[in-house]
Design a binder for this molecule. Structure first.
Ligand code: GLC
Length: 551
């Protein structure tokens, strides 16, 4: 980097998300674990990433794969013990890789000690750690709906009252209005920082302050978003958390903020600090949502995609920092959704998407296997799915006669969170090298072709393309600092944009279709080329062609 003012390290970093259950099993129980991750750190070093975001590894009864935590200071037994965590942290740090933990504090598991106490009686000291209300007319307090289906209220016999759960009934919401809850959370965060971790990805953090004005109103679609997203005290709470914890450590923080707008993002992640470093916005992954939310198979419209991405690029510039992602453990595989996962186009379109995203401004997040172009598995039977969200949605929508079972299975094939949760494909051997036992969820049958071993050996692979993108980001500060301009927002096939910094410009051209299209934006000068995913010396873009060059 040149003489310009230095940036906080997390603006220059590339993050890699690990979903521990599905990354690498080391003891043959079919479930990934911490030792497995430690054994694979060299692979991540080779890829060139700077930070690992670990999806939850805390003790959990697994109603929602670890997002229901019963002990924040213990490791999930299937994943190993605290010694395994310490070893992972030490080895990662030794390799210059930082570790960001998942902070799930909108809710705990109903098996957490706090909740076990809370439900015991109205006078219990932990009663107010959760949100309890009296029922009405023999039913729940109001018609708020949970994110995983059904009422957001669960009746508890012991005291004859209802508790709030924005997600599964085994995930009761914490009461952030209670100062004791907040300070218990801050204590726990400091405990992890003092252990040496480098940051937190904050699960559904936009939901911690409920908006009680909605208590008696009929929510628009019965959903939980109105009462729970960007609530009245959320910024106050995060400022307090910043003061009490985050400001005391050199750390990376990213908030998962469903329902975040540009204006809200500037508050959560403003340049002046005070809350978080950045947020995950959801607009591009919600494109095409319809009557049944995400359950459909509507293809993504490129113009809408560009409008969303461009808006975040330009309106946050200089005001707040972006995070860049196309996939994670809650989303389908990015190549299946935004690219083309047919065998002949899989690699090309995976590289095209990577280039498109990694040349934007913000901190890029790679979801495990995305760097190999892993695809949705398209399971044929409902029994193959594990995810509580998919299974509940199938039941609710088919039982209500709203969606036909076959259609629903197709929608799940496109959108289920399990699409991202099939085991990491390491090699062509048994169970793709993921486990010596029976994997907790089926493998994608294409692991013979799509796997890390093959790609590490092939300089033209998706894996090596990602390595190059990561390297370029470190070599050229224009990628981190440059301004952004969409060259052709109306074009239905091509994403063409430019970055500009100190009088220099980089142009990025990405063909999002399986057709060859003419392209006036293209300069045919190999000296200017930074990266491309296929050779083509014509002023056209071949199917899924993508390149970046100096202009
Ligand atoms: C977030 C997580 C998701 C989880 C939910 C409830 O959206 O990413 O996996 O189910 O929060 O914790």
């Amino acid at each position: 980097m040149t003489e310009s003012k230095s940036l906080p390290w997390w603006k220059e970093a590339v993050v890699y998300q690990i979903y521990p259950r599905s990354f690498q099993d080391s003891d043959g129980d079919g479930v990934g674990d911490l030792k497995g991750i430690t054994d694979r750190l060299d692979y991540l070093k080779e890829l060139g990433i700077d930070v690992i975001w670990l999806s939850p590894v805390y003790r959990s009864p697994n109603a929602d794969n670890g997002y229901d935590i019963s002990d924040y200071r213990a490791i999930q037994e299937e994943f190993g013990g605290m010694e395994d965590f310490d070893r992972l942290l030490e080895k990662a740090h030794g390799l210059g890789i930082r570790i960001m933990m998942d902070l799930v504090v909108n809710h705990t598991s109903d098996e957490h000690f706090w909740f076990a106490e809370s439900r015991k009686g109205k006078d219990n000291p932990y009663r107010d750690y959760y949100i309890w209300r009296e029922g009405r007319a023999g039913g729940p307090p109001n018609d708020w709906k949970a994110s995983f289906g059904g009422s957001a209220w669960e009746y508890d016999e012991i005291t004859g009252m209802y508790y709030l759960h924005s997600f599964h009934k085994k995930q009761p919401d914490l009461n952030w209005e209670n100062e004791a809850v907040r300070h218990a959370v801050y204590d726990m965060m400091r405990w992890w920082f003092d252990k040496g971790i480098d940051g937190f990805r904050m699960d559904v953090i936009s939901m911690i302050s409920k908006d009680w004005r909605y208590f008696d109103r009929h929510p628009k679609d019965g959903s939980l978003w109105e009462f729970s997203v960007n609530g009245p005290r959320v910024h106050e709470f995060l400022q307090e958390m910043n003061k009490e914890v985050l400001s005391r450590y050199d750390c990376i923080t990213v908030g998962e903020t469903a329902g975040v707008t540009i204006e809200e993002a500037k508050r959560y992640a403003g340049e002046t600090g005070g809350e978080l470093n950045m947020v995950f916005q959801f607009e591009h992954v919600c494109l095409g949502d319809g009557r049944f939310g995400k359950w459909n198979d509507t293809p993504v419209d490129l113009r809408e995609f560009k409008a969303v991405m461009g808006k975040w690029q330009t309106l946050l510039a200089g005001k707040a920092w972006n995070s860049l992602y196309l996939g994670n453990h809650d989303q389908p595989r990015s190549v299946s959704r935004f690219g083309d996962d047919r065998p002949e186009y899989r690699e090309l379109s995976a590289k095209m998407l990577a280039l498109c995203l990694h040349f934007m401004q913000g901190t890029p997040y790679i979801y495990q296997g995305e760097e190999l172009g892993m695809t949705n598995p398209y399971f044929e039977r409902l029994e193959d799915y594990r995810d509580v969200e998919s299974l509940n949605a199938y039941r609710e929508l088919t039982e209500a006669g709203l969606v036909d079972g076959k259609d629903m299975l197709r929608y799940i094939g496109q959108k289920s969170r399990d699409n991202a949760r099939t085991p990491m494909q390491w090699d062509a051997g048994e169970n793709a090298g993921f486990t010596g036992g029976t994997p907790w969820i089926g493998l994608n049958p294409n692991y013979g072709q799509v796997n890390a071993e093959v790609q590490r050996r092939d300089p033209d692979s998706v894996f090596h393309f990602y390595r190059k993108l990561i390297r370029l980001r470190k070599e050229h500060e224009i990628i981190i600092r440059g301004s952004f301009r969409d060259l052709s927002p109306e074009d239905e096939s091509v994403y063409a944009y430019e970055r500009e910094y100190r009088g220099k410009r980089v142009r990025v051209l990405c063909n999002f279709t399986d057709r060859t299209v003419p392209c006036e934006w293209k300069l045919l000068d190999s000296e200017r080329l930074l990266i491309q995913n296929r050779e083509n010396t014509e002023k056209t873009l071949l199917p899924y062609e993508a390149l970046a060059f100096w202009v």
